[in-house]
Design a binder for this molecule. Structure first.
Ligand SMILES: Cc1cc2nc3c(=O)[nH]c(=O)nc-3n(C[C@H](O)[C@H](O)[C@H](O)COP(=O)(O)OP(=O)(O)OC[C@H]3O[C@@H](n4cnc5c(N)ncnc54)[C@H](O)[C@@H]3O)c2cc1C
Length: 274
């Protein structure tokens, strides 16, 4: 399959990219790693009239590990996260997340920012960034704004970004106290999109699980540390909370099956951090 005809722009600054997107209106699309957008264009599920390639914009690259936060340029590739020694030390869950995504070819081209803006319900990054309390920096014609990652995804393939905005950078706080966090998922084969997954965070008096792969935006449930008497009690609590989530079935499994998988991976994640 081939995409419909489009005009190609290759700006070198975020401002130029925003100008191109503004001028193009709803026909404009940013291109990052192309691992989701290009297949959609080839299947003609996306028909942009103007493609604005972000890959020449140096300001969208780079990994910064500061004392209180980690900063990722939107164009940082999944594999660069997996390979970063500094990140592995600062927030090991990021490297683990990257290693769960697709295979080598996908990881070396696909970007963290592209994954977040694409907003596939089974994608790992939106859930991990929401679980860690990350903020997304969006740049548009009227300036820059920051949106909490947990509020960015509105539904499947739908986010709070405007058609003329670029996701520029991602800010992930490093908790003052050591934060224990991991991600677990179930997929048909290693590297496939998750059928259900969970990011477990143990911070202070609370354990939080952020679920993905359930059909909608990432959803977080919390259990107070004091209520976690043993694993049977925890399973019961998780089962009750997951029962209250909106879950969609598909050809791989019904909603009830997905809920059971979600509880199983959440417990697996908990065992990792406990
Ligand atoms: C075979 C295969 C397996 C995969 N497996 C997984 C998996 O297991 N888990 C997973 O999470 N993903 C998986 N992916 C998707 C992969 O992670 C993509 O990298 C990701 O979804 C999109 O990132 P990208 O950089 O390729 O974005 P693109 O495809 O270039 O763009 C995706 C969307 O985001 C927009 N966009 C991109 N960057 C920006 C930006 N900075 N600002 C504004 N808009 C932007 C584009 O306009 C487009 O709408 C898989 C893909 C393939 C082909």
């Amino acid at each position: 399959m081939k995409p419909v005809r489009f005009r190609y722009e290759a700006p070198h600054t975020v401002e130029e990219a925003v100008d191109h997107l503004s001028a193009a209106g709803i026909g404009g699309k940013a291109l990052a790693g192309g691992q989701s957008l290009v297949p959609m264009m080839n299947f003609r599920l996306a028909r942009p009239s103007v493609l604005v390639d972000l890959n020449g914009i140096a300001a969208l690259r780079g990994i910064t590990v500061a004392e209180n936060h980690v900063e990722l340029g939107a164009l940082v590739r999944h594999q660069a996260v997996a390979d970063s020694e500094r990140l592995r030390h600062a927030l090991p869950v990021l490297a683990r997340t990257a290693s769960l995504i697709g295979h080598w070819g996908i990881r070396t081209r696909g970007t963290v920012g592209g994954s977040v803006v694409h907003a596939d319900p089974s994608a790992e990054w939106p859930a991990v960034l929401a679980a860690l309390g990350a903020e997304l920096e969006l740049v548009g014609p009227s300036g820059t704004r920051r949106v909490p990652a947990g509020e960015f995804i509105l539904g499947p393939l739908t986010t709070a970004i405007e058609t003329d905005e670029i996701l520029a950078r991602i800010y992930i706080p490093r908790a003052p106290a050591p934060l224990r966090c991991t991600i677990e998922e179930m997929a048909r084969r290693p590297g496939d999109f998750a059928l259900a997954g969970s990011v477990a965070v143990h911070a202070g008096q609370e354990i939080r699980w952020t679920f993905f792969g359930l059909g909608g935006p990432p959803e977080t449930v919390a259990v107070a540390q004091a209520d976690r008497q043993d694993e049977a009690a925890l399973r019961q609590q998780l089962t009750e909370r997951v029962a209250a989530l909106e879950v969609t079935g598909d050809m791989h499994g019904g909603a009830e099956w997905r809920r059971r998988v979600a509880v199983a991976v959440a417990l697996r994640a908990w065992r990792q951090i406990a």
